[in-house]
Ligand binder design. Structure first.
Ligand code: PLP
Length: 452
């Protein structure tokens, strides 16, 4: 098939995720044909640094032979077996044990799904099940955050705090509330310190819980560092303060580590970075480096014991996916985690991440740059039309899209989130490669600046 036919068929036969269909028809798709390390190659053979690890996910880089070999071995041995009723399979058991071990035993059990959305959907149901089990059926509301991203199923899209995921879908569900986004640059008051900002957000959370009624609020969910909402790094005291409010009102804490898990911030989990002691954790993406679809819900003993007791009394926990604990996906996850550990990729995220953060912060004085933020190997550069007034471009997203386009021409794939450029390169990236990435970005910013 020629590249033109491929492009034509893509537009004709595939309905794309998160895509403006008329623009796709007009501009055509960018079709990737292969990948190697931090690079991907399109069907024309053009090489790009994948500055976003695909979708924040290809930790070990593209085409790691050990993952392919692990999949092949498991495919030949037992390509599928489920975990319904009392059945199980070896890789899912080993992976559950491994994940609990990685949390230092702070979590007790794992439940597997295919996607992060399904994992968060499962958590919503588990939270409801938990409070039913404890005889408090009114305690069902879940507080998420504006600009948070937790997926796209009916329940997880409700948790997501982005307009585009609610508009036209009759969402959010009535049990969901959204608290303020912990973005000091955008939400801080004039003269307010980061610490005072965090105190205010904790006070707002408490006020919201009291207004709704503590007997009706079941859980609070957040990404330790927000990803899809624009890479928002919270103030250092934010999580401890929010967590204290949750504990005071017996509100479960859910850490969605779908992006931050497995080393992204320079720690195995970002919960360690912020002192979060979650009742639930959501893991996906870097769990398998996205070579196969897999996500996990981890729950602590407090939750697991109630769920187990209740399912004993009722006879069953009425939830599960055909592919929950899929053995091939689990085998790939185990090998992926071995690669992350053996190659010291968490430490590399901290070291290469320091270079990335330094290089991007060198652009902070640029007239178009409003804020540079990030931790480890995740970062964002937010562009503004007026630096002093922090005024966004009109229309919002115009400047971001231009830089993304220039970067793509220059062999660098980035993500524009409105006018914030997001960076999330594979954890295997070397320091010289980070320098190349930063050079290409600086050049693309300069080129775009000329036309803005
Ligand atoms: N949670 C977070 C923090 C995410 O970033 C994502 C996806 O980007 C999800 C959940 C949803 O995962 P999935 O796209 O696998 O359903």
């Amino acid at each position: 098939t020629t590249n033109e036919t491929l492009a034509r068929n893509d537009v004709a036969y595939q309905f794309h995720s998160y895509t403006n269909a008329p623009r796709l028809r007009e501009e055509g798709p960018c079709i990737m044909a292969r990948g190697n390390g931090i690079h991907v190659y399109d069907t024309e053979g053009k090489e790009y640094i994948e500055g976003m690890s695909g979708l924040w996910s290809v930790a070990v880089g593209f085409s790691e032979p050990r993952l392919a070999e692990a999949a092949r071995r498991q495919m030949e041995c037992l390509p599928f077996y489920h975990t319904f009723s009392q059945k199980s399979n070896v890789p899912s058991i080993e992976l559950a044990e491994k994940l609990i071990g990685l949390t230092g035993g702070r979590m007790a059990q794992a439940f597997f799904t295919n996607s992060g959305s399904e994992a968060n959907d499962t958590i919503v149901k588990m939270v409801w099940y938990y409070n039913n089990a404890l005889g408090r059926p009114a305690k069902k509301k879940i507080i998420a955050r504006k600009r948070g991203y937790h997926g796209v199923t009916v329940a997880s899209a409700s948790l997501t705090g982005l307009e585009g995921n609610h508009r036209s879908f009759d969402l959010p569900l009535p049990q969901i509330r959204h608290a303020r986004c912990p973005h000091w640059y955008r939400e801080g008051l004039p003269g307010e310190t980061e610490t005072a900002f965090a105190d205010r957000l904790a006070a707002e959370l408490e006020a919201l819980i009291l207004e709704e009624g503590p007997d009706t609020v079941a859980a609070f969910i957040g990404e330790p560092v927000m990803g899809a909402g624009g890479v928002v790094v919270p103030p250092a005291t934010y999580w401890p303060k929010m967590q204290a409010v949750c504990r005071k009102y017996d509100v479960l804490v859910i850490a969605d580590e779908v992006i931050t898990g497995f080393g992204r911030t320079g720690k195995m989990f970002a919960s360690e970075l912020y002192g979060i002691e979650p009742d639930f954790m959501t893991l996906s993406k870097q769990l398998t480096s996205s070579y196969l679809p897999l996500a996990a819900v981890l729950m602590n003993e407090r939750v697991a014991s109630v769920l187990a007791r209740h399912s004993g009394e009722l006879g069953t926990f009425g939830h599960g996916y055909t592919a929950s604990g899929h053995p091939v996906a689990a085998a790939v996850a185990l090998e992926n985690i071995r690669v992350i550990e053996e190659r010291g990729l968490v430490a590399n995220a901290a070291a290469a991440g320091a270079v990335l953060q330094r290089r991007l912060r060198e652009l902070a004085d640029h007239p178009l740059v409003g804020e540079v933020r990030g931790v480890g190997l995740i970062a964002a550069v937010e562009l503004v039309a007026d630096k002093a007034a922090r005024t966004p471009f009109d229309p919002l997203g115009k400047a971001g899209a231009q830089v993304v386009r220039r970067a793509q021409d220059n062999g660098l794939i980035l993500r524009g989130i409105q006018d914030s450029l997001a960076f999330c390169p594979p954890l295997i990236i070397t320091e010289p490669q980070v320098e190349t990435l930063a050079d290409r970005f600086a050049q693309s910013l300069e080129e775009a600046a000329r036309s803005l």
